[in-house]
Write a protein that binds this ligand. Sequence first.
Ligand code: MOS
Length: 689
Amino acid sequence: MTDTVSRIRPGAPGSIANGHRAEGVEKVTGAARYAYEHPVPDAVYAYPVQAPIASGIIGALDAAEALAMPGVIAVLWGGNTNTFGENFELSLFNRSEVTYRGQLVAAVVADTLENARAAAAAVRVDYTPDAHDVVLRADHPGLYRPEKVNPALPTDFGYGDVAAGLAGAAARVAVTYTTPVQHNNPMEPHAAVASWDDAGVLTVYDSTQGPTADRDTIASVLGLDPEQVRVVSPHVGGGFGSKGTTRPQAILAAIAARAVGRPVKVALTRQQMFTLTGHRTPTIQHLELGAAADGRLSAVAHDVIEHTATRTEFAEQTATCTRVMYGTPAMRTTHRLARLNVPAPSWMRAPGETPGMYALESAMDELAVELGMDPVELRVVNDPAAEPESGLAFSSRHLVACLRAGADRFGWAERDPRPGVRRQGRWLSGTGVAASTYPARRRPSTATAAAVGGGYEVCIAAADIGTGARTVLGELAASVLGVDAARVQVVLGHSALPDAPLAGGSMGTASWGSAVAAACAALLKDGQHGSADTTDDVADDAGWARHSFGAQFAEVLVDQLTGEVRVPRLLGVFAAGRILNPVLARSQFIGGMTMGLSMALFEETAVDAAAGGFVRTDLAQYHVATCADVPSVEAFWIDEVDAHLWPGGGKGIGEIGITGTAAAIGNAVWHATGRRVRDLPITPAKLLG
Ligand code: MOS
């Protein structure tokens, strides 16, 4: 095990073809086909009709005007579509109640997308509206305790006497942070093309983070056998979790194709994605920290309030990061939910850790100020010997090494701790630090490998959502086979391939890589063919606390006149196990950090209490960080050797980069201005107000 930073060459070429992605040429020449682009002869188009109310009962539907419009083939709704399934999100039209604004209540099928869209506006639906409730409040009368939080973690966890730990503390903070609704907004909007063959087999070209799970969900919702469904998704333009579960476009395309007897294409618009493809719950997080004069924590409490939908529960695990971060003799972590008239919240990059680490790491900064202690040192003195929640030893934990290396690279030693005293013209400048963490897990997977022609073919129903999964799995296979990566072809993105878990939870590479490596090892014995199923291996994974860690440093400038915040520099150092491909890894780290910056300063979906739903639902008004917002984002990593992981040794890198970033920026804004904005995003209005 080494604590030294040695892999510190951002942009250095990777080991395969100078770091080029396996499908890079296809992508930059436009040959790579995304879901909507698959050429399917004779296809027609379906366009959703969405409820304009947030709560109520669906009455009569009048399709006459729509049906008379050019090119219209059918109007589908609950009155003429066979009911199917009991999945409240996906059993489209199979219900008479509206529970959120934007709910899909009907769809028009027409010869062109434009004709379908025009006719959708002409479908008349009667509603009996009911009172709605879309605003999360700390004193919401309906707050309840969910049975578990995502994915199946304890809702509440604690030990020791928190009240006594706080009462006896030399320094204390009791603060509330709030984060807004946020939306994933992947570059490729959700889209699907569905067709049925004469034998009743359904093919769906879908934009999904996992063809195996997508196939199984589509089959289950439609009452089919999984063998009757094929999901094809060779290229996917991002998801951040919004494509980790089957979304309505796939089901709508399938039922519309069955209804009209032709292939059907569905492309959700950016606006529709805001109601039909999930979002991150808003949070109200109360933190109470107590520490002795030397900085050692005496108590930590992290109590979270968030929302869920009325009929579908998604309980985000916002406070679970606090159960692994710092040593303390007393801890309390809780989650409470309010059921609101909103679409079901779901996964968005590092669900739980992202808002949770924003609050915890902001509160740690406030505690450091109370103590008059350097915030790096506060984290160092509270680094636990074992995972606080479980008592398990960490398989490896190099948070302190990340903090030290980051402080060194960033020039932290020269920092003047006083807030609001550095000026560059009309700008105030400041710096901040925060820690990052994310679990390192894997799921069972299968894969096959075969000698084909002069090379090798690896098959697995993995998803490459832009991460470079195809490339890194090819490199891994090549290293096991002892051949050049150029001789290995990775075939993924199809449900007929060996079953594999999602590209999600930063588990893709570890899950798929375990199976690919085992299949290649089996091929070496056999000479021609190898297959693997890692179910047993993964079942043996218990016994260690496995997490990635990181440290992020931000420099900000705040315009005293306008309140504008710029981030001229963001620097992260991560300990995420073995880094398999430095080019791809760097891209994941800086992508996560950029998304964290975006969360800190820009991202917010407005909730309209009167209209009962999300508004300003487009990229003109939901601002996402662009290149001009991130002039310098640097990611480094520690060469972390961890013998308790899967054979490839990587901990997963898709999500750690977003965790902690928003806190580092918020802490820097405080250092620049002396103002502590505890409500994201940190807008000019909040800084000036
Ligand atoms: Mo990610 S939110 O695990 O797809």
